[in-house]
Design a binder for this molecule. Structure first.
Ligand code: SME
Length: 151
């Protein structure tokens, strides 16, 4: 049972991303390391802000994800719209949840901010395990995302 060590993950991502400022390259590196760090993470990916109130899929690992999500829909739309992390222990209880996979039971979605404080994307992690995520996961990932995208 692989369980993420967030300090090790942070160091690995910092090393991989050092000197890089291409957002897609950074997203691809973060998703790859994150996805394979923990057995709870069954789908890991970014949705990018591509226009007013619109998210479109970015680098991800796992089965295919839906291509676009308006800010008005889903857990991802809520994270982008409210600019706050969405920790969902039971996706069935989240009104408007978008099920890209029927196996998903819980979800963690974090807004991604650039250095100016604008939301440029959301990071979506889905788990087939119920209530898989904690505030520790949320806080650690918020710090990692800030270190990569908000610098
Ligand atoms: N579950 C997300 C949609 C993205 S798929 O899970 C990859 C949502 O409700 O926004």
């Amino acid at each position: 049972m692989a369980r993420v060590n967030y300090e090790e993950l942070r160091k690995t991502i910092a090393s991989l991303c050092a000197g890089e400022d291409d957002t897609i390259a950074l997203m691809a590196s973060v998703v790859c390391e994150l996805h394979h760090s923990d057995d709870r993470f069954d789908w890991t990916g970014f949705y990018r802000v591509t226009g007013p109130e619109m998210l479109k899929i970015g680098p991800y690992q796992g089965g295919h994800g839906c291509l676009k999500i308006p800010f008005s829909r889903g857990v991802c739309g809520a994270a982008a719209r409210l600019k706050t992390t969405q920790l969902v222990p039971d996706v069935e209880a989240f009104e408007g949840h978008i099920a890209c996979a029927s196996s998903t039971r819980s979800e963690l979605v974090l807004p991604v901010f650039n250095g100016a404080g604008d939301v440029i994307a959301v990071l979506d992690i889905d788990s087939d395990q119920p209530d898989a995520f904690s505030q520790e996961d949320a806080q650690a990932l918020e710090a990692i995302l800030a270190s990569v995208f908000s610098r």
